[in-house]
Structures are given as C-alpha cells and as structure tokens.
Design a protein around this ligand. Sequence first.
Ligand SMILES: [Zn+2]
Length: 245
Amino acid sequence: MLRWRRPTLPDELLIDGRRVPVLATRRAGARTVRLKANAISGCIELSLPPRGGEDAAVTLLKSHHGWLAARVAGWPRPMPFAPGASITVDGQPVLIDWQAGHPRTPRLAAGRLQLGGPLESLPGRIERWLKARARADLAEQTLRLAAVVGRPVARVAIADPSSRWGSCAGWNRPEGARIGYSWRLILAPTWVRTSIVAHEVAHLVHPNHSPAFHALNRQLDPRASEARRWLARHGAALHWVGREG
Ligand SMILES: [Zn+2]
C-alpha cells in the first residue's frame, strides 16, 4: 500500500470550524474513487485507483460536503489528558486532578485521578498509567479464563489497534497462544472488557466464529452480544480519549 498526497488534493477540510485531515491512499485493485469519514481515526479517507482519480476525488469531496459535515458532526469529541478534563476508567467518569503537590505517579481515588509533576509530561504519564492498568487487568482475566477452558497462554500484550479490540494468534501452539488487546478497553465498563477476554479465550478452543465457538463464548460470557452492541455504539469514542483535537 502506497500513501502520498497529490498537490490537487487538500490535506485537510474545514468542516463546521473543525480541521479534518484528508488522507488519500492508492489501492491496487481500486477502479473508482471512494470516500469514507472515519469516526475512529478522525480522518476523511479517499481511496484512489493506482493512477489518476484526483479530479474525481476533488469533485467527490465537493459534492459530498453536506454528507461529510453530517458525519463529522456525529464523531466523538476529543477527550484530552489535561488538568480538569474528564475521562472514563472502567466506564466511570474520572476527573484529571492535577496539583503541584500531588505525587508524579497517578493515583485513582473517588473518581479523581490525582497526579502532580510537570504538565508537559502529564499526557504521557496518564497514558502509561492506563496502559499498565489495562495490561495487568487483561492478563489476569485472560489467564483466569484460559484456566477454565484448560488452554495455555504464552503472552498477553496490549497495543492500540484501530480496527479490533482483541486478537488471538497461535491457538494450537503447545507453548500457548499470544493474545493481544487494545489498551483502550480499560476505559470501557468492566463487563465489556471481560466480554472481549471471553471472546479471545473462546478462540483458544475454536479458531473461528463457528456455532461451537459462539456456544462456548456464551457459556464463558452470557453478555457477549450486549457487549458487542455497547462497543458498536460507544467504541469509537474510546479512540478519542487522550486526543487533543
Ligand atoms: Zn473472533
């Protein structure tokens, strides 16, 4: 996949006072220009054929301005890591309570994330704290549930993927599978996070989405479909946590 910007295509669009980046990608199999308003990345995405298409892309941006504006208006709002701002942890609102006298390491108490230290490093410290909490929680839950189905897990890792909440690789390796999660699940309600864990652990037994997989998944987590609905509705907003604009 090659990515570049042609001079004829804008780098960004101003939509209702919001600067929205435009990302153009050329795709080998593409025959026409396609337009997408990506609520997760916060970008307007254009996919173009291997050659040409710039004029069609510009026309498409103009003719779909109203459509784009409606989509962008429905995007989540950025929730930056900043003093006085609010984020969610385990689905509960948490106020970022920065005071010079607080310790540098964040501490969660009574709906407040207390921390001091330099303001420049505050976003990074909050993100590291959330990731550490996510890793510990997800690893603990995964190993506990993997023991229930009697399958080994070699590694539980966290990352920041845009298109999936969890992944399971090497389900049949004797040394155990590698399970990965989005750290952003720590922002979601606990039962939603547990549901993703149950989904990945069910893949330790069934590396597919067969009826047998769903039966085991439901057995491990009766709220599986409810969690899927929650993520379909609120998942995009989790990707706007820690974002400035
Ligand atoms: Zn799956």
